[in-house]
Design a protein around this ligand. Structure first.
Ligand code: NAD
Length: 274
């Protein structure tokens, strides 16, 4: 057991009733889209595990609030902009001396991205830029630091829709997440012998305020989806954050190039419980 693992913390920083262990003491973590949703929950969880966190977001107010809450650094970053992404990882190195964890998580799913029959090229391109090109840029910026250290964990947020089809299509979103999955696998293989792990996190649907609002207005829409979830509910953001913390830590030392599903059983299901 390492020193970092010895000291369980009973503080409830992840928002769950579970005690949090301290696997990330001495590690720095860059989190894109850290101002809200899964990113915010992960900033809280990684900080609770001892990491020094850099929150990157286009939303300055939310990003700064998240960074302040976890005693981290905020960098206003548009993840589609190569120069801003390079500056983000340089700032992490400058502030904390290393880039140990990159959680490339920022993503969008706008309503204009729908069936292929109605989705225009501008909506297609925008989603590809924010969801997929950003992950290419973030990995490209993080890898030189990790190669120099001979150590690092990259976690790219894909989705369960990268491995399953939906009749309720968001075509560019799905294609972008398939791209994130393939890119992560390839990098995981390429850099495996340099001490760098790269995994694609594939969350199932998460109970975010946006989703709740949408489904409160349209219960039939929620029912159509929930019937496919064996666990019978959507995920909480802190449950996804717990998986990120595992992948970030040395507990996942033999996990790389994986499609890491955290989906309540959706992708394994044929007939779900009544
Ligand atoms: P969210 O909208 O709650 O948070 C996303 C954050 O990314 C926001 O703070 C936003 O300001 C930021 N962001 C958006 N565009 C950006 C840009 N260009 N540069 C920097 N930051 C930007 O979303 P979420 O639900 O927490 O989703 C996070 C990731 O998880 C996304 O990649 C999403 O596709 C994926 N995901 C979400 C779900 C779900 O059900 N919520 C399921 C599977 C995968």
């Amino acid at each position: 057991m390492t020193q970092a693992q010895e000291t369980p913390d009973t503080a409830d920083a992840a928002g769950s009733a579970q005690p949090v262990c301290r696997r990330l003491v001495g590690r720095s973590a860059v989190i894109t889209g850290g101002g809200g949703g899964i990113g915010l929950a992960t900033a809280r969880r990684l900080a609770a595990e001892g990491a020094r966190v850099v929150v990157a977001d286009v939303d300055e107010k939310a990003g700064r609030a998240a960074a302040d809450e976890v005693g981290g650094l905020f960098m206003r970053t548009d993840v589609t902009d190569a120069e801003q992404v390079e500056a983000l990882f340089a700032a992490a190195k400058e502030a904390y001396g290393s880039v140990d964890v990159a959680f490339n998580n920022a993503g969008i799913s706008p309503p204009e991205d729908d069936s292929i029959l109605t989705t225009g090229i501008d909506a297609w391109r925008r989603v590809q830029e924010v969801n997929l090109t950003s992950v290419y840029l973030c990995c490209k910026a993080a890898l030189p630091y990790m190669r120099e250290q001979g150590r690092g964990s990259i976690i790219n947020t894909a989705s369960f829709v990268a491995v399953m089809g939906a009749a309720t299509s968001q075509i560019s979103y799905t294609a972008s997440k398939g791209g994130v999955l393939a890119l992560s696998r390839e990098l995981g293989v390429q850099f495996a012998r340099e001490g760098i792990r790269v995994n694609a996190l594939c969350p199932g649907p998460v109970d975010t305020p946006l989703l709740r609002e949408l489904f409160a207005k349209d219960p039939e829409r929620a029912r159509r989806r929930l019937v496919h979830v064996p666990v019978g509910r959507f995920a909480r953001a802190d449950e996804i954050a717990a998986a990120v913390a595992f992948l970030a830590s040395d507990d996942a030392s033999f996990v790389t190039a994986a499609q890491f599903l955290v989906d309540g059983g959706i992708s394994g299901a044929y007939v779900t419980p009544e």
